[in-house]
Design a protein around this ligand. Structure first.
Ligand code: PGA
Ligand code: MG
Length: 239
């Protein structure tokens, strides 16, 4: 029924629902793979290990820096004990921290949606397993920090996604209940965290996930963030 599909591409002026949007960062708001892959490969080169491809690194992202480092070393043929992994993670933080935005770009619709929903009165949080300081620096780089009311990172304190804690922490800061919020993410960590928190979880295609997007168990799947207004409208009507 093509003619009846409503394709709303902006939220309009005043939005009553949701009251809060929680956005994942990597693979959802930004495409950070090139900078993360460069940093991973600089790290591996320091231990005379072979570089990993962009596709390989993309599949390693989503569970924080330590997991990324662990996966990269394993793929390069070296298993690290927890002490060596801590040290390599520290080195990775130094390397990546110097190159957060060399080649990182916003995902399609990221700026438009964050700005438009903020302007429409919706509370915005970024909830990411990436360290908080890096996240804030990246949001500033893209001029988005003033549109975001809360940032919860992998080292902010609450247990990382897929645990529900970071999402609930964000909602507390936004003074919003679980029934009035939607988590938008690209990977199992986001959708599993949303489910555990009792928050609607929308999955966006084109991010970093080893599980096919249609199998994440999301409440809605969208092809890009530009589809968010239509998907939110439709979800609210059917909910
Ligand atoms: O794994 C990371 O460091 C961050 O990933 P996320 O922004 O998708 O949570
Ligand atoms: Mg992600």
């Amino acid at each position: 029924m093509e003619g009846r599909v409503v394709t709303r591409s902006s939220p309009g002026r005043g939005v009553n629902w949701p009251r809060a949007l929680l956005f994942d960062l990597d693979g959802t708001l930004i495409d950070s793979v090139p900078d993360l892959a460069n940093a991973v490969n600089e790290l591996l080169a320091g231990d005379a290990l072979p570089p990993q491809s962009l596709d390989a690194v993309r599949a390693m992202i989503g569970n924080g820096v330590r997991k990324l480092v662990e996966r990269a070393y394993r793929a390069a043929g070296q298993a690290l004990d927890s002490h060596a992994l801590d040290a390599a993670t520290d080195r990775m933080m130094g390397i990546y921290g110097r190159h957060l935005t060399n080649r990182t770009v916003l995902m399609p619709g990221a700026r438009e949606m964050v700005v438009a929903y903020h302007m429409a009165g919706v509370r915005i949080a970024v909830v990411t397993n990436k360290p908080e300081a890096f996240t804030r620096e990246i949001l500033s780089h893209f001029g988005l920090q003033s549109h975001v009311h809360a940032v919860v990172g992998g080292d902010t304190g609450p247990a990382r996604k897929p645990a529900p804690d970071m999402l609930l922490h964000a909602l507390k800061q936004l003074r919003t209940g679980t029934g009035n919020a939607v988590m938008v993410g690209d990977s199992p960590a986001d959708i599993d965290a949303a489910k555990a928190a009792g928050i609607a979880g929308f999955a966006v295609r084109g991010g970093y996930t080893t599980v096919p997007v249609d199998n994440l168990g999301a409440d809605r799947v969208i092809s890009s963030l530009m589809e968010l207004p239509a998907a939110l409208d439709a979800f609210r009507v059917s909910a």
